[in-house]
Design a protein around this ligand. Structure first.
Ligand code: ATP
Ligand code: MG
Length: 741
């Protein structure tokens, strides 16, 4: 931290970064530099206070955020401090819990090759369980059971501790116990279990707890408002106890109660206040927003002011008002998408980099229509949080084969690939196999019990797995992956699809090749962390990593492509220009949160916080759009504009759609290029004669309409739309011989 990093912080931020040892809470609004403070505090602790990097643990909300923080830190401190076994521990609650369990699998009662169930795997396991126990899905919906299990675990509860309520309560409890037994048999843990196990490990094992309380002197948590009670209890295990003086880590938490958007997952922003009291945490507020232009911040503040339950913060910027917020009312979702894509095209032509532009929506399904129009316009884009890499079918198939090599009892994996590619193993044979496996304790041991053609096919499958297991035992990870993709028959299967659907085939084969690349990257990453496992040991680590990364956006986000994602996925991120789409009441706020759909006020406040998060992602330019009619859940719905838009003072808004044409030839309805004046245009500046909306004639291009005027003096430029054969041009006004009409 030689180049005076503290200089690039304002006084409040500097105070937070340099607080003396003690618990602390930084409570501040969006874009005020919370994440920056957290990163700089780590650097400050290492460089100025001489704290051993290995004594620092930092918790981020996503794996991607952890990677970014690692990169930032590497620039601030000696790189070795963030790499290697003795470097800072950086990751999500889940990845840190996983790291602990990996180190202490035996103490935690897990097999060393334990694997992680992602959300889809968990649901599949529950469905299988209900089927085996002959509980009809009409009686217990699989998703309901999953929700029940997760909710209890997230509160830190175990089935044995619960008193069943009524017959149904008893049934759920029994099913939960059966579920746990199945997980134990197969050697798998779900996401909530990762946290709960890690918590119990520290809670019950005095020696380990003492070890980690001693080891970690500083624990720093970003996005603290979305911490759930289980994660909070986990932090408590490590924290220095202010009541007793028992040694432990100092907690440094940063958060914003107005951005708490995971209430539905059990996160509680109430923990902010509780933490401050319980740990007598020093409270620091940051009041300057460095991200968004004034108008955007004013809109965000106006929206969130409608929430009753707030801790209360103020946020100012000295960046100036910036541009007005552009709004667009479309007739339907197709017109909305066309508007957004045209406007994105215009921004890119104006010199914006595609990766500085984001389209944000309330639910994943809304990305499709935007993708369609972006594709047609030839604009590169990337969807985050749709079907993610590790969730793709072909990748899950390959992963399932790999899992069977290290964790033979993983029944989800077995069922996924036993007949992919087709080997003539039907549902009946599979049922017989599972039944036999129950008495033998293991499906591979049961293989010989099956007769007939199906039995022979199962035997061949078992032999294949066995052969692959041997062949990969000592291979480097990427080679092992490549071998399995080939020998399993997956490669041939997807290559064969060529005749039917070329594009799909190529994408699938490319994805499989990318899995090999992911293996390469993983080995390098592990080496940086000082882990040099080989053979199946490395494979096990890789598979655990794949499960942790599923359900999250992919790495490699440096490419120049427009970002498409849900508002939830955009948390903590920032973009030059943001298109916030689908702003209709019932879409955003979501209908589940509206009182007439049975929602309560709390749900609406959470939606409003989500809106606050969305708006505050924008740095310079913000577009809000909605459609009068939208195809939604199978039918066209007509909904009013979102109440959140009406909560923004009209003076901040600039409608791009409107019934009134602004000037002759002004086609206000149709096009994106019809950008009206931005705040820094010269339209209202005295002495400037050119106005947006003005009709003009150019000696070469003919008649046109000024869309936008920017800059001043000799640099003043106008964007002018001419006739269809000419299109939109940007002209330097001091040079172009424009004539007013
Ligand atoms: P969010 O609540 O959305 O997570 P945040 O409070 O974590 O936001 P940061 O992402 O840390 O805010 O910072 C927002 C932006 O402001 C970043 O681009 C950051 O680099 C910049 N920034 C923060 N502090 C300063 C500063 N003192 N000087 C200049 N830029 C700053
Ligand atoms: Mg942040």
């Amino acid at each position: 931290m030689t180049d005076g990093v503290l200089d690039r912080l304002d006084p409040q931020q500097r105070r937070a970064v340099t607080l003396p040892p003690g618990h602390a809470l930084v409570l501040a609004g969006a874009g005020s530099g919370k994440t920056r403070v957290l990163t700089h505090r780590i650097a400050w602790l290492i460089e100025r206070e001489g704290v051993d990097p290995g004594a620092i643990l930092a918790v981020t909300f996503t794996n991607k955020a952890a990677r970014e923080m690692r990169e930032r830190l590497a620039q601030l401190v000696v790189p070795a401090a963030v790499d290697g076994q003795r470097g800072v521990w950086l990751g999500t609650f889940h990845s840190i819990a996983h790291r602990l369990l990996r180190r202490h699998a035996t103490e935690a009662g897990l097999p060393t090759a334990f694997q992680i169930l992602d959300a889809a795997d968990q649901l599949a396991l529950v469905k299988r369980l209900l089927k085996r126990l002959a509980v009809p899905e009409a009686m217990v919906a699989p998703r309901e059971l999953v929700g029940f299990i997760n909710a209890h675990k997230e509160r830190g509860e175990r089935p044995e501790e619960l008193a069943p309520q009524g017959a149904r309560g008893q049934l759920f409890l029994t099913l939960w116990q059966e579920y746990e037994a199945a997980c134990a048999r197969e050697g798998v843990v779900d996401f909530a279990e990762l946290l709960l196990r890690a918590l119990e490990l520290l809670h019950r094992n005095e020696t380990l707890r003492a070890h980690y309380r001693q080891r970690f002197q500083h624990v720093l948590v970003d996005e603290f408002q979305d911490t759930n009670p289980l994660q909070y209890r986990w932090l408590q295990q490590l924290a220095c106890d202010v009541a007793t003086g028992e040694v432990g880590a100092w907690l440094f938490c940063v958060g914003d109660d107005d951005q708490a958007i995971y209430g539905f997952r059990g996160a509680m922003s109430a923990l902010l206040a509780r933490f401050q009291q319980e740990y007598q945490a020093e409270l620091v507020r940051l009041e300057r927003n460095y991200r968004s232009a004034g108008n955007i911040l004013a809109a965000a503040n106006a929206i969130i002011a409608n929430n009753a339950s707030r801790l209360g913060k103020k946020l100012v910027t000295d960046r100036g008002e910036g541009e007005p917020i552009r709004t667009f009312e479309a007739m339907d979702e197709g017109q909305e998408a066309q508007f957004v894509v045209d406007e994105i095209g215009a921004l890119i032509r104006d010199g914006w980099s595609a990766d500085e532009i984001a389209v944000l929506y309330r639910t994943n399904a809304m990305s499709r229509v935007f993708e369609h129009h972006l594709l047609a316009a030839g604009i590169p884009y990337r969807v985050y949080g749709g079907v993610r890499f590790f969730d793709r079918a072909e990748i899950k198939h390959a992963i399932a084969y790999l899992r069977l090599l290290v964790l033979p009892d993983d029944t989800n994996a077995l069922l996924r690939v036993i007949n992919v590619p087709a080997r003539g193993i039907g549902a009946k044979t599979v049922e017989q196999l599972l039944a036999a496996a129950e008495s033998e304790g293991h499906w591979e041991a049961a293989v010989n019990k099956l007769g007939g053609r199906g039995g022979a096919a199962v035997q061949r499958f078992a032999a294949l797995i066995d052969e692959l297991r041997d062949a990969t035992a000592t291979l480097p990870l990427p080679d092992a992956i490549a071998l399995v993709i080939e020998k399993s028959g997956l490669q041939a299967l997807f290559a064969e699809e060529a005749t039917r659907d070329r594009a799909a085939r190529e994408e699938r084969l490319e994805n499989l090749a990318a899995l090999v690349d992911a293996g390469h990257e993983f080995v390098t990453e592990m080496a940086r962390e000082g882990i040099t496992a080989t053979g199946h040991e490395m494979l096990t680590l890789f598979l655990q990593h794949a499960a942790l990364e599923s359900g999250e956006m992919q790495a490699g986000s440096h490419e120049r492509a427009v970002r498409l994602m849900t508002v939830h996925a955009a948390k903590g991120l920032e973009f030059g220009a943001v298109f916030l789409v689908g702003l209709e009441d019932g879409v955003f706020p979501h209908e589940n949160a509206l009182p007439n759909f049975g929602g309560d006020g709390a749900g609406l406040e959470e939606e409003r916080r989500l809106m606050y998060v969305a708006v505050t992602r924008a740095k310079e330019r913000l577009y809000l759009s909605w459609a009068a009619s939208r195809f939604w859940h199978g039918a066209s719905r007509y909904r009013p504009v979102s109440r959140f838009v009406t909560e923004i003072p009209e003076t901040l808004l600039l409608p791009l759609s409107g019934r009134k044409p602004r000037a002759p030839g002004w086609d206000a309805e149709s096009s994106a290029a019809s950008s009206p004046p931005s705040a820094h245009t010269s339209g209202d500046r005295p002495g400037s004669s050119w106005q947006p909306g003005q009709a003009v004639r150019h000696p070469k291009f003919g008649e046109g309409v000024i869309l936008q005027v920017e800059g001043s003096g000799v640099h003043q430029q106008a964007t002018v739309r001419f006739g269809p054969s000419v299109g939109v041009k940007r002209l330097l006004l001091s040079v172009a011989k424009l004539e007013a009409l």
